[in-house]
Every structure is written in structure tokens, then in C-alpha cells.
Design a protein around this ligand. Structure first.
Ligand code: AMP
Length: 403
């Protein structure tokens, strides 16, 4: 028996997918990673990589009917590597839960009352919270003796002052329907803002950071002394930056205009703004690699999409500089932020008056890990900081259960 179990299983459940990582928090190492896709399909796919055992990636295509069957298949794979989920070394299971509303400002051990609250939030996260609930129920059935911890995407942003979180709507109506700005990607913004402080050799309390999480979904946050004071996503992850397939900020009257003039109903407009807008809507591609390739080849449509993406990003850097008053660092993270040097260079170009600049050779150098890309003279540090949401979820889960 292990007296101090240190392993944490992190689960990220989607409606037809289950992503997982098994970590050992004694040394923050990753023991295994994988995912199950197309749950409910005859051709479900499980991809599993046992990192600890130095094993090769394994792939299985087979019918997997539901999340219970998916987690059992994962457990079988882990057992093969001597990492079974029945191990006494497993301390807890940490779940990514997208919407925690106003109430959940911290990671929380799940009980029936917590589950009921996550369920009550379904109207503001209709796609995500039901899948997250399924994931928790599934894990509870597998290990009813273990703490299940919910780590909320919205939690880090709940320190926003009301001036930033409230929309200018009728107060009673907004409150009755829980309409406010919640923000998302919170585990990433928390992790990256802390790692940025570390990179500057400072405590999180000492620095003000603008975090730009630029993935397929994208969001910016203003973090003052370790606390979020503003973020670009709102009631849902649709607001803010231009994203892969989401429009981001838009005059709300566009919706009435489409309903009146384009004969579109609400579900169609919802799908348009969430799935067929952003970079994809502008130029037919949502992958920044492909867009850059087209820009380099002289494609005008891709160039305009890129310019619109950058214009919006710059506006948020300027806005959050004003919100923070003093900025110590701007940190780029996630798929685009970590990899696309042209995005970083363009986002900061012309912002010298704000103290921002990028050193071209540092920006373009291929490197892993957190690093500075600003020249020494720059007043504001510009950094590339790889995000690690699973490590953050595992860390928060472990902190909560080990006490
Ligand atoms: P994420 O949601 O954080 O996984 O980011 C996914 C996105 O990152 C993809 O859609 C790509 O647009 C982008 N991406 C990944 N690698 C690169 C790269 N080398 N250059 C530009 N964009 C990249």
C-alpha cells in the first residue's frame, strides 16, 4: 500500500470524446496520455501512449458505446502498462468542467449538491457541461472511493470586478438569467500568468500580465498581481478575439439583421457564429499554418483574414494595457501563440509607444519551453509560454485532496 498516493488522472470529456492524462504529482511527470474519439460509434478510436513505460503509441478502432465503455477501455490500456486505475497510488480524478458559473471560484470536490449546481448551469453551457457531468458520473462508477475534483474553466476569472463582468443590461433581467461575463480557458490563463512571473524571476503578486491564449479558440486576459481583472470571452466562449471558427466580438444587431433579412433562425445563426465564422468564415481555412502558407503565396483573402485577426488582437492588447495601467509582460500561448512567429510579430508591431517590441531572431528561433522574445531595451517583456492545462488541473486537484 502507498501511504501518500500522488497520481492524478485528468479527464476532459466532450460529447463524443474523452481525453485523459495520468500524472504523478511527486515529480509532476506524465505517465500516460491518450484520447477516445467517436464514442457511440462502431468505429470509435482509442489512442494511448504510455510515457512512463517508454512505450509506443497504441491505437484501437472498435465499437465503444458510451463514456462508461470508453473509460473502461482506457483503464484496460493503463493496466497493460502497470498503471491500472485500481492502483492505491491514484489520489484523485480531476475533471475539466467548462462552466462553473459565479459560484465555483476554486477547484471543488464533487458531491451530489455540486453536481446539481453544474447541472443548473447547463443553460449557459449547453454543449459542454452535460458532457462534463457524464465524465464525472463515469469516473464515480469506476472509483466510487476516490475524490472526484471539478476544475472549472471559468474559475480563474471570477475575481473580475463587476465593472468588467457585468454587461450593460437590465440588472434584474441579467441576474435572473445569470447573464454576465464569465470567461473561459481559465486554467490556461492561471498557469501561463504564473509561469510568466516565474520567467521574470518575480512572484505572481508582483507582476501585471496580459495573457493571449491563441488556439483554435482564443481569449485574452488582464492579470493584475495574479488575479484576473478582465478577459475577452463572456457569457459563452463566443465573445472577444477572432478565432478559428468563431466570430468573436460583433454588433449584437447583426443577429437581428440576419434573422430579418437572411431568413435565418436562431439555431442557424448560432451555428454560423460559432462554427462557420472567424478565420474559417473569412478565408475558408481555420488553421493558422495554412493561412500563413497562403499569405506567403500572395493569397489576398488569407491576407485579409490574417489582418483582421491581428487588428482585433492589437485592440485587446491596447485595451488591457489601459485596464492594467502598468504592464510587465505580454505572454503568447496555445497552438497559434506558441508556434506562429508571424502572429506574434504582427500583434506587437507598432506598439513601441506602449513599451512593446519583439526581437526578430528570438521570435523566430525554434525553441521549447517558456522564453522571452523581446529585446533587452523593451519596457514590457514579451514571452512565449507553453500552456499545460492538464498539469494545472492535476496540480489543483492534488493540492485540494492531499491536505
Ligand atoms: P490549440 O487549440 O491550442 O490546440 O491550437 C490549435 C491551432 O494552433 C491550430 O488550429 C493551428 O491553427 C495552430 N497551430 C498549430 N501549430 C502551428 C504552427 N506551427 N504555426 C501556426 N499555427 C499553428
Amino acid at each position: 500500500m502507498t501511504s501518500n498516493p500522488t497520481r492524478v488522472l485528468v479527464l476532459n470529456s466532450g460529447s463524443s470524446s474523452l481525453k485523459y492524462q495520468l500524472l504523478d504529482m511527486a515529480d509532476r511527470s506524465r505517465l500516460a496520455v491518450g484520447l477516445v474519439e467517436r464514442i457511440g460509434d462502431e468505429q470509435a478510436r482509442l489512442v494511448h501512449t504510455p510515457l512512463a513505460a517508454g512505450g509506443e503509441k497504441r491505437e484501437r478502432i472498435e465499437p465503444i458505446g458510451d463514456h462508461d465503455a470508453a473509460l473502461k477501455a482506457v483503464a484496460t490500456e493503463l493496466s497493460e502498462d502497470g498503471l491500472g486505475l485500481d492502483s492505491p497510488e491514484l489520489a484523485a480524478i480531476g475533471h475539466r468542467v467548462v462552466h462553473g458559473g459565479k459560484r465555483f471560484t476554486r477547484p471543488t470536490v464533487v458531491d451530489e449538491e455540486v453536481m446539481a449546481e453544474i447541472e443548473r448551469l447547463i443553460p449557459v453551457a449547453p454543449l459542454h457541461n452535460p458532457a462534463n457531468i457524464t465524465g464525472i458520473r463515469t469516473a464515480q462508477r469506476l472509483r466510487p472511493d476516490l475524490p472526484q475534483v471539478a476544475v472549472f474553466d471559468t474559475a480563474f476569472h471570477q475575481t473580475m470586478p463587476e465593472a468588467a463582468s457585468r454587461y450593460a443590461l437590465d440588472t434584474e433581467l441579467a441576474d435572473a438569467h445569470r447573464i454576465r461575463r464569465y470567461g473561459f480557458h481559465g486554467t490556461s490563463h492561471a498557469y501561463v500568468s504564473r509561469e510568466t512571473a516565474k520567467l521574470l524571476g518575480k512572484a505572481p503578486e508582483e507582476v501585471n500580465v496580459i495573457v493571449l491564449h491563441l488556439g483554435n479558440g482564443a481569449s485574452a486576459s488582464a492579470v493584475a498581481g495574479g488575479r484576473c481583472v478582465d478577459t475577452s470571452m463572456g457569457l459563452t466562449p463566443l465573445e472577444g478575439l477572432v478565432m478559428g471558427t468563431r466570430s468573436g466580438d460583433l454588433d449584437p444587431a447583426v443577429i437581428f439583421h440576419l434573422a430579418r433579412n437572411a431568413e435565418m433562425d436562431l439555431p442557424e445563426i448560432d451555428a454560423l457564429l460559432n462554427k462557420r465564422s472567424g478565420l474559417l468564415g473569412l478565408c475558408g481555412d481555420n488553421d493558422m499554418r495554412e493561412i500563413r502558407r497562403r499569405v506567403e503565396a500572395g493569397d489576398e483573402k488569407a491576407r485579409l483574414a490574417f489582418d483582421i485577426y491581428i487588428h482585433r488582437l492589437k485592440k485587446y492588447i491596447g485595451a488591457y494595457t489601459a485596464v492594467l495601467g502598468r504592464v510587465d509582460a505580454v505572454a503568447f500561448t496555445a497552438g497559434v501563440g506558441e508556434n506562429a512567429a508571424p502572429v506574434r510579430a504582427a500583434a506587437v508591431a507598432g506598439l513601441e509607444e506602449l513599451g512593446l517590441a519583439v526581437d526578430a531572431s528570438l521570435n523566430e528561433a525554434r525553441a521549447d519551453g517558456a522564453r522571452l522574445i523581446s529585446p533587452e531595451y523593451a519596457r514590457v517583456a514579451v514571452a512565449v509560454v507553453p500552456t499545460d492545462e492538464e498539469l494545472e488541473i492535476a496540480g489543483q486537484t492534488y493540492e485540494l485532496v492531499r491536505s
